[in-house]
Every structure is written in C-alpha cells, then in structure tokens.
Design a protein around this ligand. Structure first.
Ligand code: AKG
Ligand code: FE2
Length: 301
C-alpha cells in the first residue's frame, strides 16, 4: 500500500463504527466523538463530566443527541407512553412500604407521593433509536468513563434497565433513591411548565444512610437541594442510588417524557420483587429467582 492509501485506510479504520455501535448514529459525534475514544476531544469530554460529577453528583452533556434523531426518539416515547404503568401507591424513598416499627418522622416510616408511569424495557423494541443507543457498547463505555469506572454493565433488571418515564399533567415523581448505582436520562418531551429535576448530591453513601438528612429534606429543608432544568437532547448522568431526587409536578397540558438508561457496577443485579411490582405492576422470572439479593452495599433499596 502506498502511503496515501495507507493513511486513508487508517482514517477509515479509525472512523468505522462497529455494527453493535450503530446506535451512535443518534449522537452529535462532531461534538462528542464517542466513535473516537483515542481522541483528545473524547478525553476532554470525559474529564469535564468527571469534574462535574465529583463536584455535584450530576452532570449534563448538552446537545449530545442530534436534533433529527431526537425528533424520532420523541415520536417513539409518544407512541410508547400509553403503555406506561402508572404508580398509585405511595412508598418510602427506598421504594418499600412504610414501616410503623420505625420512630415517627423516620424516612422508612414515611410515604412519598408518586404518580409517574413507567413503560418497561420489554416494551421497547430492538428497532427503536432509544434501545439502539442503550445497546451500543461505545455509549456504555463513554458513560462508564464519565462515571470514572473501567467497566459498567447494563442494569440486569429486565423491566427497569431501560424505561420511558411518563409524567402526566399534575403528576410528580416524589423523593426517592434508585436501586441501580447510576442513571442516565434523556428528556424527549418537555412539559409546558414544571417537571424540574431536583436532587441532593450524594446525600447517602455505601457507608452511611444519613437518615436524619433525608428526613430533613422530606420536612421541606432546601439547603441540600439543587435544581436542574434539562433541555431536550441533553444527557444527564447522576448517582441515583446515593443522591435523593425527585421530579416536581408537571404543569400545563403536555406530558413530560424521559428515557432512563440504567447501569450497574456489576452484572446480574435486579430490583427486588416488592419494588418491581409496585413500579411496573408485575414481576418476571428473574425477579422471582431472587437476583435482587446481589447487592454490593448494605443500603436499603
Ligand atoms: O425522569 C427523570 O428525569 C428521572 C426519573 C427518575 O428519577 C427515575 O425514573 O428513577
Ligand atoms: Fe430515580
């Protein structure tokens, strides 16, 4: 091969996207070169995300999804939204039923209003842009790198690993912790008003539940609360297992739709059966088989 042909060959090899990574076609790869992990720009994006996560427990990647792909994703979430299972019970911030054996005011004794609906992962087909992006190894590798981890895994829960969160007018999604360590959200349809994301960065840790601080937030204390206005197409990364968070009630006529891409540090973990039944109205064989016991910390779900 002469040197020009060799250079062209190298350039083509460097930009060729592996078939598994076809879902990267939804992203603005000029701005976020997920197809070029060796590039300086990639390293810069990862460094920015890590800084923001360390500082704040949350990070936003503005405009990661291309506008044309976002329009198709929004059409997908609108089509799927009627399949959402709307939550009616009000669990604790940990997802279980309130437990009267805890003292008055303790977060395990208090229920929190939730009225969101989830479209489960098994309703989201392989042809959708949202599923294709979730499945792309290069997307997962980038999310892991931003989180400061060598390797992350798809959350093995067959219902909760990829969901559309649907908030109808008037509905909010009360204070809670997620079971999986980190979540990535993409707003596909903003409401007319309301529906803001609020969070308390790393209010608990694997070593410390910090229930007194959680109770204070439930009592209306705002000192630890931060607020974020997401725009459609921005990707938000945060530590949902450690950062208490909620979505304020949606105002106006339009539903709020987000896609939640869920990841875990280790393979095989699923939600517990009680929480799963509550969130999705059903469980699967994996839940019944007890995969939820694969916890790597002693925290309450
Ligand atoms: O819809 C969002 O922005 C986040 C929802 C959320 O916290 C969750 O689904 O656990
Ligand atoms: Fe959450």
């Amino acid at each position: 091969m002469d040197s020009l042909a060799a250079a062209q060959h190298r350039a083509a090899a460097a930009t060729a996207v592996a078939p598994d990574d076809a879902g990267l076609d939804s992203l603005d790869l000029e701005r976020y070169p997920l197809d070029r992990p060796e590039s300086d720009l990639y390293a810069g994006r990862v460094a920015e995300a890590r800084e923001s996560l360390a500082d704040d427990g949350c990070c936003v990647l503005p405009g990661l999804v291309r506008p044309a792909a976002l329009a198709e994703m929004a059409a997908e979430t609108r089509r799927l939204a009627p399949e959402a299972h709307v939550i009616t019970a009000n669990p604790t911030v940990y997802g279980g039923s309130p437990d009267e054996s805890f003292p008055e005011g303790h977060p395990r004794r208090r229920s929190v209003a939730r009225a969101n609906g989830f479209v489960a992962a098994d309703r989201i087909g392989p042809e959708t842009r949202i599923r294709r992006l979730y499945e792309a190894p290069a997307f997962r590798a980038f999310v892991g790198a931003c989180m400061g981890l060598e390797e992350i895994h798809p959350y093995a829960d067959p219902l909760a690993q990829l969901v559309v969160n649907v908030l109808r007018p008037g509905a909010g999604h009360g204070w809670h912790f997620d079971t999986n360590e980190f979540a990535v959200s993409l707003l596909t349809q903003p409401p007319d008003a309301g529906g803001g994301f609020e969070y308390c960065p790393q209010i608990r840790s694997p070593q410390q539940e910090n229930e007194a601080a959680v109770a204070a937030v439930l009592d209306g204390e705002r000192g630890a609360v931060r607020r974020l206005e997401l725009r459609p197409g921005d990707l938000q990364l945060f530590f949902g297992r450690y950062s208490l968070h909620r979505i304020a009630p949606v105002e106006g006529q339009r539903e709020r739709h987000t896609v939640i891409f869920a990841y875990a540090r280790r393979p095989g973990m699923t939600g517990n059966p009680e929480k799963t039944r509550h969130l999705f109205g059903r469980v699967t064989g994996e839940h019944a088989a007890g995969a939820d016991r694969l916890r790597h910390d002693g925290l309450t779900d």
